[in-house]
Design a protein around this ligand. Structure first.
Ligand SMILES: [Fe+2]
Ligand SMILES: [Fe+2]
Length: 295
């Protein structure tokens, strides 16, 4: 970051570092706080192999006062050559343990409260996966949606390497995570400390409507979380996965896609600087928030 170190402390976010790719590794090496008290939220898809994931998170944890991580689909892949050959829930739990050794907060830890500028905000790392309910037009069932994806040649690698064990399906794992997470959010809901919800996958379908291939949306979230930003007092929602960095608004709530993504997606340069400042919001966002609030 080029920000002067005289800046006030802030909470930043980034996702989809895919740090095993050399060009991305260089950009991850360049992520530095502006002050000694900055926090960094890492919204999934750090890498695939456990050693690469912990190397990148460890680097960031040494630089930022606090790092908060949620898993992306790539962390959950079981692939050849990975020293950690666990699948599904066991793989996730192993990653949680590795994060704890680094001092990195996960969706299994108590929610931390950011009490710096723009706060207090309750930082809620979530892991709720997807359940194939973001179906493309014309697909009435999960099978029809999957058939459409195969016909279009747009099938997520998760179908082959993201195993849901011990759950029968990824949808079952998702529904279990939704139930667990709803309880945590309800217990933490406090208008005096609104939530910064962080999930790798978008919590609403809206951000997927600009996907080049609508068949891909079925691997991007669940309708079960569509009203969470209205049900719980929410400062903002941070997500990634789509590799479409942007800020959108729904029901007066700010949604921030904070991905770095793949080198081929930024042939014209970085689409937005990383990491993105979330609390306090970037100036333009704060102005937009005032306009929304005034309506
Ligand atoms: Fe990604
Ligand atoms: Fe992803």
């Amino acid at each position: 970051m080029s920000t002067a170190r005289t800046a006030e402390r802030a909470l930043y976010a980034v996702s989809d570092l895919h740090s095993a790719i050399p060009a991305n590794r260089d950009l991850v090496d360049g992520i530095r706080p502006s002050t000694d008290d900055d926090w960094l939220v890492v919204a999934g898809d750090v890498a695939e192999h456990a050693d690469e994931i912990t190397a990148s998170l460890g680097l960031l944890a040494r630089r930022f006062a606090r790092v908060v991580w949620v898993p992306g689909n790539h962390e959950l892949w079981s692939t050849p050559g990975d020293p950690v050959q666990l699948r599904g829930e066991a793989r996730y739990r192993q990653l949680v343990e590795l994060c704890r050794e680094l001092g990195v907060l996960t969706p299994e830890d108590p929610y931390a409260v950011w009490d710096g500028p723009g706060g207090p905000v309750t930082v809620a790392p979530l892991f709720v996966l997807y359940d194939y309910t973001f179906r493309p037009p014309g697909a009435a069932t999960q099978q029809e949606a999957l058939d459409a994806a195969y016909a279009a040649g747009i099938v997520c690698n998760d179908e082959f390497v993201l195993h849901p064990d011990p759950y029968p399906t990824r949808g079952d794992w998702c529904r279990a995570r939704v139930a667990y997470t709803e309880g945590r959010l309800a217990a933490a809901a406090d208008p005096a400390k609104p939530l910064l919800m962080v999930n790798h996958f978008p919590l609403t379908r809206h951000p997927t409507e600009v996907l080049w291939h609508p068949e891909f949306a079925q691997w991007c979230g669940t309708e079960l979380t569509a009203d969470w930003h209205r049900r719980f007092p929410t400062e903002a929602v941070v997500y990634g996965h789509l590799h479409i960095p942007r800020t959108t608004w729904q029901d007066g709530v700010r949604f921030e896609e904070v991905s770095l993504g793949y080198p081929r997606e930024r042939r014209d340069g970085l689409r937005r600087p990383i990491p993105r400042r979330i609390v306090p919001a970037e100036t333009a966002d704060a102005e937009q928030a005032r306009r929304v609030a005034a309506r």
